[in-house]
Design a protein. Structure first.
Length: 348
């Protein structure tokens, strides 16, 4: 069975080349074609012999993403893609333009197992993990289509990155490699709903990426109602491992907090959250809940969101309200996949 050659790390590719009896410099050439130039076919590797290209194609394939649907926001230019994979499954990516450059929000799984009640990504069900090359292929497809260079990556699309740990780590190392896209790890953010053992594993990798925790509640009673994962790893346990992470890496942790009317947006919740985060090197990103018809959640009012933010700041907690991008194209992940390949036809 053929393997995805784009999913191999540089060291793994080098070992494969050596096993074929070829000089090591071939690994660098092939890696550059796959990761720096993002080729979709072995035939595009013009400085590789035809015989070697044929040998590679006998054992490997190159993961690609085909554009199935593309939406462009008329408000801010945000671009949302529905990509089709080689096996007919679908995933979503979002491109956002900021002053510092272009950021992509990538998916790490086809679907999601976590079942958060404010998210569309779980509605069409979980199918499989993405390989490292399939995660990276989202960048190459978007860069080619828009003729841009992506400088920042957010692992916050469909799926739970730490539930696909090995592939996500290979992806991060490949896009960071100087022979590939050479994207700084400081420009990579990974968002997790709080899989504590994997956060500890990530901490020990000593990668200078930004860890973001999808917290969304100040206590177990509220969080367990909205995020089933909390039944396994509660708020206090998650915050404890975050303190370990900060102490080990000296990196600030970000907390995502989606505000839902009459669920987690009260002054009491803000005060409780402030108390639990006191003294921690962290930042709270406040997010108005996305409109997902099947979920029935109601957005908090702008005044309520600003009041929540002010309470955090008054208690010395660094907090901002996330600017909503792509609101006219439903840029939150999960909704295009659900319509095209999920429950309607039979979720940055």
């Amino acid at each position: 069975m053929k393997r995805d050659i784009r999913s191999l790390t540089y060291d793994e590719l080098n070992n494969e080349i050596i096993s074929l009896g070829l000089p090591k410099f071939r690994a660098k050439q092939i890696f550059e074609w796959l990761h720096k130039f993002g080729v979709d076919s072995f035939d595009e590797m013009s400085n590789i012999s035809k015989d070697l290209r044929a040998r590679l194609s006998e054992s490997f394939f190159i993961s690609t993403c085909e554009i199935e649907q593309k939406l462009v926001s008329k408000i801010d230019g945000t671009v949302k893609y529905l990509f089709r994979l080689h096996d007919g499954e679908y995933l979503e990516s979002v491109i956002m333009e900021y002053k510092h450059g272009y950021t992509i929000c990538v998916s790490s799984q086809v679907g999601c197992k976590m079942g958060c009640t404010f998210c569309a990504s779980t509605l069409a069900g979980f199918k499989r993990n993405l390989e490292a090359g399939e995660i990276e292929a989202q960048l190459h497809a978007a860069q080619k289509d828009l003729n841009i260079r992506i400088s920042n990556i957010v692992l916050m699309g469909i799926g739970e990155p730490l539930d696909n740990y090995d592939n996500v780590l290979s992806f991060i190392r490949n896009v960071n490699n100087e022979n590939g896209l050479n994207i700084s790890m400081r420009n990579i953010s990974l968002s997790t709903c709080g899989i504590v053992p994997k956060i500890r594993d990530l901490m020990n990798e000593e990668l200078p990426i930004t860890l973001t925790i999808s917290l969304h509640a100040p206590n177990d009673e509220i969080r367990s109602r909205t995020m089933p994962v909390n039944n396994k790893w509660g708020v206090d346990e998650i915050l404890s491992v975050c303190r370990e992470y900060i102490a080990k890496t000296n990196r600030r942790v970000s907390f995502e907090y989606t505000l839902i009317n009459n669920v987690n947006d009260s002054d009491k919740c803000a005060l409780e959250l402030s108390k639990k985060l006191k003294g921690m090197l962290c930042h709270v990103n406040l997010i108005p809940v996305n409109d997902v018809a099947e979920r029935g959640n109601v957005k908090s009012s702008i005044d309520r969101i600003h009041k929540f933010e002010q309470i955090l700041k008054n208690n010395s907690i660094n907090a901002t309200i996330r600017r909503t991008l792509g609101s006219d194209i439903n840029a939150s992940c999960g909704q295009l996949r659900r319509k095209r390949g999920g429950v309607i036809e039979n979720r940055c």
